[in-house]
Structures are given as C-alpha cells and as structure tokens.
Design a binder for this molecule. Structure first.
Ligand code: F6R
Length: 612
C-alpha cells in the first residue's frame, strides 16, 4: 500500500525519485507527489491520478527552471484518509513549508493529534493523517531533524513509514518505520530509502532493512540507524540479486503469494483506529444515528464471489452479537427478484474493487427501496463507495493478483467490526463484551503471521494433490462459508472441480461424489459443533475419502480421522475464518503452481467485473 522513495546524492533528485515511484507503481496508488530541496527551498508538486499527471506538471515547470536539487522524497498514495485529490496527495508540509513529509500507513490517534494542533493554532489543509506529522515536527524541531522525528514517532499510534526533509538540511533525509516495511539503499556518494528495493534497484543492489521503531538518518556519505531513544543500532547490509520483475514482487514468484503473506497487516490495518480511548468502537463511517441503528429491523448483505463468502461470515457474527435477522444474497440474483427491503433495512454491499456491476446494480435497487446502504470496499472513491450512503474502507492495500486474498481477509475483519459496533449501539453486547471481542480480534494478525510460517507442509500436500480431478471442502457454522471459499479458490486457480458444502448436508446427496481417495478438506477448528463434524468426517472416510483436516493446535480429538492435519492457532470459534482461510489459499496457489499455471492471472477471469 503506497510507495515511498527518498534520495540524497549527486544526481537530479526529481529523476531518481520519479523513476523509483514508477517502479513502485505495481503496489497500486491513486495520486503521487514529490518534494525536492534546492537553495534552502523545498519545492513540492502533487497530483491526483497516475504518475503521468505528475510528470506533466513537472514538465510544465521545466520552462521556469524545473525542480533542481539532489535531495528529494516522493510518494505514491493509496487513499485511506480523504479522497485521492491533489490536496491530499503527499508530500505534506507544515505551516510555513519548512518540512516535507511522506507517509505510508495509518496513524490511529491522528484525530486526537489534529485536535491538539488546531488548539495550538496550526491550520489544517488536507484530510490526511499525515499532515499532523508535519505540524508536530514544526513544534519539536530545534535544529536536530532526527531528534524531532524520534520525538514525534514516540507519540504516534498505528503503523507508519515516514520520510522527512527539512529546508535547512541540504544533506539529510530522515526516515522511520513501525509495522510497515522500509529499506535503505546504499550507494557511492548517494543513498536511498524505499518501500522496497525496487525503489532504488536501478542504482544500487546493496540494501539494509530497517527494523521496528528505528529511525534512519540518510546523508550522501552514509546512513546512521538509531532506535527511538537515539541509541545507534548496528546492522548488516545485503546484496540484492533479484531481477527487476522479481523485485516488484518483493522476491516472490507471484503477487498472490506476496499478498497472502501481507494478510497480518491487512487485518491489523483494517482493525486499526476503530477504538475510543475507553476501548469502545466508533464507526463514524456508517453515518447513521444511534436511533436509526436501533431502528434496524433486518440486515441484507449483497456481494459476489469471495466477497459473498465474507458476507456469510458476517451473517454469523451479526446474528450472534446483534440478534438481528441477516440475509446474504448473491448480488446478481438480488436485483432481479423483487427483494423485500425498506427504510428499516441496513444493506451492506461488500466489494473489494468497488466496481463490480452486479453489486452496483443491487445496491442501486436497495437505495431505490429506501434502504440505508453501507459499502464495505477496499477502494476509496470507487463507484460502489460513491453510490452508497456510507462507506467502510478496508485497508488491505492494493491487490494485484486476480484471486482475492488479503482484500477478503480484510473484509472478514470489517464484518466483525460492523457486527460488534451494531451490537454495542443496540445494547445487545455490553461494553466489557465488546472490549473482550476486540481484544480477541486484535490478537489475530499475530496468529495469522504464526500460521504463515507453517505453510510448507501445506505446499507439499498441494504438490501431492496436483493431479486430483476433484476436491471437496466441508465445514459447519462459520466453517461453511470458508469451505465455499476454499472450493472457489481451487476452481479459479488450479481449474480443479471443487465444491464446498455444509458438512451436515453431505449425506443428503453430495456424499455420492466420494470414491476411494477423493480428497476432502474438512475445516474442523475447535467448536461446539465439532463432535457432529467428526461424525461427518467419519461418514466420508468410511466411503474411502482421503481427509485433510484443519484443526486447532493441540486438539488431538480429530487426529484419528485425518489422513493429513493442518494445525492452526487457537482463537475464538467465531473468528476462525480469519485463520482457516489461509491454508486454503496456500493449497490452491501451490496446486496451480505445481500444474504450471499462472497463479496471478487465471484464465477467463478479471480482477474487476464491470459487466452484469
Ligand atoms: C475470488 C474473487 C472473486 C471476487 C468477486 C467480487 O478470488 O476475487 O470471486 O470476490 O468477483 O469482486 P469484488 O469484491 O471486487 O466485488
């Protein structure tokens, strides 16, 4: 999400920075900007839209001397706070243009910071959280830029990579990171920072990673890395031998594999900044009064494909926590069957792209019936977000692979947040329960990270299954939508005939598909219905199925019924989709790889389906 480049050296900085931003384009963005220091002045240019728009502005400047200078910072922004406009594009500056700041991530306590800054007389010029950093630096700077950055970072909550320049510092940029990646590029008489090595690989292949809560002073002659107390931290550089294509994928063979690994951040970012200091949820995005929320009589969720599966999980959460009826509808069917919705219906339209025509038509119809429509989307400014009454943005970051992974897991996180918020306002869950559920949710990103480290046996299994013509997926309760998701992923990526069923349903027909050796993936994390699920596993095993059981760490009750076990960390049973989804993504991607298929661009599919 977002791309960052910083440069101090002997070349024209604007060229180096724009070249770096172009190489980071694959990350996705909706505006771009650059700041270059020359003769004690920071010149800033920012433009909504593609880099070409920014380059046009820069070309127009060349008639009046261009943007000379050999120190610069640049940014491609993927909007999170405020729409993708020129004014919200980075770099942001303080009140008198002494500092230029670019930023990736989200500052969760920015509202608090902005309120304090306003009281102290700073004028805010954008909707972004980033601008607060420029004003805070203005207050803390006493000639030592790195000290000012360290002091500001100590007060920031959330995730960030910051790169800062100051007009009085012709040989220094300062960068800092928390929870998001930042890499230093080490050159001869020039040095770089970037979101990844792609940003500078055209100039140097010597790199050094920046660790959590470290601050980097980058000068022409070298770099100094410190922790937040200012103590110098030694570290080793490494040589990058990827080609440029691999570098864009962060060394991964396919974007999808990278995006699977980015899921802890996708969930962390989507959950971030939703709590008040008292630990309660706020969801201003829903834009409904508490009275209207209490007046909701039913929730209808409309979506397609994987987003529909996220909606199904949302149903289990909202019904459990809010005691409200929830109907989940495939958007393509909803529109054309005269659905019963009205003023007291909350419609949730889920779409990662925000452009899916079926979902768009369905939400238009719901609005005509006077329902309140909340879009849950990963794309700020998308048609679905604009045409809805309100929008909840997931923060999965841009997704390149056609098969959706991190955007879907971010939708799941969003559905839990929406469910809990409705429960809080309607009083069906008390404050302590809401806090406890949020704590459980906030632990999940680390659990996903742990799970991702254990995926080698799943890849091995996928290679062993590569020639299977058919795979079945079973689950109960929230395991059922994830069984559907596992089957969809396998179909679209490996072109294997795959079906997902509620495990209790199998004996009513689908069991006829089982023959000796048929692989059956059973999602069986610890759950109240587990004993029943084990009965279903025994039923398919008795017919010769080869069972692959996804089970909770330490739960030996399932081992007698499993030919293969995939262990997942323990979490509350309602939250298990955030974990069970991961091995199924890995299984599908690796089966596709083993079959020699293009994991990122499966045949016949498009990332954004804009026709009905
Ligand atoms: C599956 C997948 C699709 C999308 C579906 C809806 O991996 O990506 O099934 O989930 O086309 O797309 P959005 O969420 O953009 O509306």
């Amino acid at each position: 999400m977002c791309g960052i480049v910083g440069y101090v050296g002997h070349r024209p900085a604007v060229e180096v920075v724009i070249d770096g931003l172009r190489r980071l384009e694959y990350r996705g963005y909706d505006s771009a900007g650059v700041a270059v220091l020359d003769g004690g002045q920071l010149q800033v240019e920012r433009k909504a839209g593609k880099l070409a728009n920014l380059e046009k502005e820069l070309a127009a400047r060349s008639a009046t001397g261009g943007m000379p200078g050999s120190l610069g910072i640049g940014h491609t922004r993927w909007a999170t706070h405020g729409p993708p406009t020129d004014g919200n594009a980075h770099p942001h500056v303080d009140c008198d243009g002494a500092f230029a700041v670019v930023h990736n991530g989200t500052i969760e306590n920015f509202e608090e910071l902005v309120a304090g800054l306003a009281e102290r007389g700073h004028a805010r010029r954008s909707d972004t959280d980033t601008e607060a950093v420029a004003h805070l630096l203005e207050e803390r700077y006493d000639g030592d830029l790195a000290a000012a950055v360290r002091s500001v970072c100590a007060d920031l909550e959330g995730s960030f990579v910051l790169v800062v320049a100051h007009r009085e510092q012709p040989d220094l940029i300062v960068a800092a990171r928390r929870n998001l990646p930042l890499v230093i590029g080490l050159g001869e008489g020039e040095n770089f920072v970037g979101s990844d090595v792609t940003a500078f690989i055209a100039h140097t292949r010597e790199a050094r990673a920046v660790e959590q809560d470290q601050v980097v002073e980058v000068r022409r002659s070298g770099v100094i890395v410190t922790d937040l107390t200012g103590a110098v931290v030694e570290g080793a550089s490494y040589h990058v031998d990827w080609d440029t294509d691999a570098a864009e994928k962060g060394g991964y063979e396919f974007f999808m594999l990278k995006e699977i690994d980015e899921q802890p951040d996708a969930v962390r970012e989507t959950l971030g900044g939703r709590l008040t200091p008292e630990g309660l949820l706020h969801l201003d995005e829903l834009d409904m009064s508490d009275q209207d929320i209490r007046g909701i009589e039913q929730v209808v969720i409309i979506a397609c494909g994987s987003s529909y599966h996220s909606g199904l999980v949302g149903k289990y959460a909202i019904e459990r926590w809010c005691r409200l009826p929830v109907h989940v509808e495939m958007a393509s069917e909803f529109r054309y069957r005269d659905p019963v919705v009205g003023r007291s219906t909350l419609v949730i339209a889920i779409s990662q792209s925000g452009e899916t025509a079926d979902t768009l038509e369905a939400l238009r119809h719901a609005r005509e019936q006077k329902a309140w429509v909340l879009a849950v989307t990963n794309t700020i400014g998308s048609t679905i977000s604009r045409e809805s009454d309100a929008a909840f943005y997931t923060r999965g970051g841009p997704e390149v692979a056609v098969a959706s992974t991190k955007a879907v897991i971010a939708q799941l996180a969003a559905m839990y947040v929406v469910g809990l918020y409705l429960a809080q306002v309607r009083g069906t869950r008390d404050a302590d329960e809401v806090r406890a559920h949020m704590r459980d949710l906030q632990e999940v990103p680390d659990l996903i990270a742990t799970l991702l480290e254990r995926m080698e046996p799943v890849r091995e299994l996928a290679r062993a299954l590569k020639d299977e013509p058919r795979v079945l997926f079973l689950g109960r309760h929230v395991g059922y939508p994830m069984a559907l998701e596992g089957a969809l992923k396998l179909k679209e990526l490996a072109y294997v005939s795959a079906e997902g069923f509620p495990a209790g349903e199998i004996k009513h027909g689908p069991i006829a598909l089982i023959e000796k050796g048929t692989p059956v993936v059973v999602l069986a994390p610890r759950h109240a219905l587990q004993a029943k699920l084990i009965n279903n596993v025994q039923e398919v095993r008795a017919r010769g199925a080869r069972t692959i059981v996804v089970a909770t760490d330490g739960d030996e009750s399932v081992t007698p019924y499993a030919d293969h076990i995939i262990w997942i960390p323990d979490t509350k049973s309602l939250l298990t989709p955030l974990l069970t989804i991961v091995p199924m993504q890995v299984l599908s991607a690796e089966m596709a790889r083993a079959r020699g298929l293009d994991v990122d661009q499966p045949r016949n599919l498009a990332k954004s389906v804009t026709v009905e």
